[in-house]
Ligand binder design. Sequence first.
Ligand SMILES: [Zn+2]
Ligand SMILES: [Zn+2]
Length: 242
Amino acid sequence: MKEKLYTIPVTEAFQSDCSCPLCAIRDKLDKDGVDYMMGPSYMEGDIRMETNKVGFCREHYDKMYHMQNRLGLALMIDTHLQEIVKHLEKDKDTLKEGKKGLFSRGSKEKPELLSFLNNISENCYICNKINASFERYLDTVFFLWRKEPSFRELVKNSKGFCFEHFALLLDKGKDALSKENYDSLVDTIVPKQIEIMRELEKDVNWFVEKNKYEHRNDPWNNARDSVERAVGLLAGLDMKDE
Ligand SMILES: [Zn+2]
Ligand SMILES: [Zn+2]
């Protein structure tokens, strides 16, 4: 049952007591991605060919660096650096061709070496894997929304979404769902999100007021942690760990 590979984690994320189920799915993919990279995967030739070509983003270098596997990271970086130096040495003169007219300014064509370098800057082996899996999970959310009345109940009873994933559901849902199914999604998640954000704004507003001298003796109500909750919602971060 290939379907279950995706439906079970999606259902579990929506059942869990988290602030955004899609963040929970993403966080799990992220953790698995880093663990996998720092596991025996870096010994596998085809994976190394890919990591040599694209490397990793700043965040994932940081995460891998802080895992206790300096040798594993060294092996990957070693061949990645070799790959970069090899390309630079072989094609460095093509960079100057841009100034000779062959790749004149404004021309869309770029020296291959620049494309190679940009590809490394803009890509990350782990992010690419996470993004591909996340798309499948998102498709599964829409699949379950169409097919499973019990999943609709789960969405109704969830605590809403972080801003990014709320916007993403509305955007992708427009193409993935029929008008009827999309309208019912909108009617389910938008009023709830308005309520959550309105409450949060009230708390943040009281946080601002509470810092004024005239309110120094008034109670905090729910405002004390409102900024961390608001940053959490807007940035999809769990600020409570800080
Ligand atoms: Zn989220
Ligand atoms: Zn990354």
